[in-house]
Design a protein around this ligand. Structure first.
Ligand code: CP
Length: 338
């Protein structure tokens, strides 16, 4: 196992290949526990994981909490509506308060991009040992989702042992609302790190042409990209043409809550042009894997028939894989030399 050098996890933009491999190797070991009948291990006994979700979540929140319990950590859950936020306490002061209670890791979701950087900076400034783990901040980043997505693809394509290099030169089609998606941004960093060639497909209003340069701009607080050679990004406006050449598809949710202006003429026309259906999938003569981070808008970006009946629809595998991936992240942060 490589040395782990991150006190906080904000983004995959600063992950090296060794970082990814450490996470996958550990996740694979944790995943294998389910076959031994020993789901729970004492790896993080005596530590405290606090989930600070200021925004709604089903998968990420429960998966992190379950991951922490599987590692025998104590788990503390924050509920914004019954907290002192309602009396005007700030988010930063809320985080400092939980750190002062002894949280080893704060798992944070918030609607503001880059908020986890601000919180970590403040905690570091007061010499707190607490780690911050970004569970989704605004449009910016959702690192654990990016990791579980590519872990799911690597598992699908690996023949025997888990081999991230199976992604090299694979054409991964990402459909939909890339501009409002922190998941897409995390997927772009993660997939390209292993040489995947990514096709972004959707209307200009959801995928502006500038996305072609996404990987050329280092992440915040970062001088250079730790990954020496990345795969490519292309943009397509034709779903049919993209499906024909894809090796895997990631469908994104239409994020109506993040759309500041009217970006689509109608949901029906979006569905007709970019919704994934069995008919469109039949343009590819293989049964390629289909992923979606959830929650899904059935029959808008993806048809129920694809979700319920397509053999390689991996949405539930993504949810299951999220648990060992998040166990690995919590474990690695705890092992960082604080
Ligand atoms: N994929 C994802 O982040 O789902 P939740 O919003 O339910 O956590």
């Amino acid at each position: 196992m490589q040395i782990w050098s991150h006190k906080h996890i904000h983004t995959l933009a600063n992950f090296s290949i060794q970082d990814y491999e450490s996470v996958f190797e550990l996740a694979n070991r944790f995943d294998a526990l389910k076959n031994t009948g020993t789901k729970k291990i004492p790896a993080l006994q005596g530590t405290l994981v606090t989930s600070l979700f200021f925004e709604a979540s089903t998968r990420t929140k429960n998966s992190f909490e379950l991951a922490a319990k599987r590692l025998s950590a104590d788990v503390q859950t924050f509920a914004p509506s019954s907290s002192s936020l309602t009396k005007g306490e700030t988010i930063i002061d809320t985080a400092i308060t939980y750190s002062a209670m002894g949280a080893d890791t704060l798992v944070i979701r918030h609607s503001s991009s880059y908020i986890t950087f601000e919180i970590a900076k403040k905690l570091d400034a007061i010499n707190s040992k607490t780690s911050v783990l970004n569970a989704g901040d605004g449009l910016h980043s959702h690192p654990s989702q990016g990791l579980l997505d590519i872990y799911t693809l690597i598992k699908f394509f690996s023949t025997k042992t888990l081999s991230p290099e199976v992604l090299n030169s694979k054409k991964i089609l990402i459909i939909g609302d890339v501009n409002h998606s922190r998941v897409a941004r995390s997927n772009l960093w993660a997939l390209s790190a292993f040489g995947a060639d990514i096709i972004l497909c959707g209307p200009k209003t959801l995928i502006p042409d500038e996305f072609i340069n996404f990987l050329k701009v280092p992440g915040p607080n970062q001088k250079e990209d730790p990954v020496k050679s990345r795969g490519s990004i292309t943009i397509s406006r034709s779903l049919e043409e993209s499906i024909k050449i894809a090796d895997a598809i990631i469908v994104l949710r239409l994020q109506k809550e993040r759309m500041m202006e009217n970006l689509l003429s109608s949901i029906d026309s979006y569905s007709s042009d970019y919704g994934l259906t069995p008919e469109k999938l039949s343009l590819n003569n293989r049964e390629i894997p289909i992923l979606h981070p959830g929650p899904i808008n059935r029959d808008i970006e993806i048809s129920s028939k694809v979700v319920d009946e397509y053999p390689n629809c991996l949405i539930n595998d993504q949810v299951s894989n999220g648990i060992p991936i998040r166990m690995a992240l919590l474990y690695l942060l705890q092992k960082y030399n604080k």
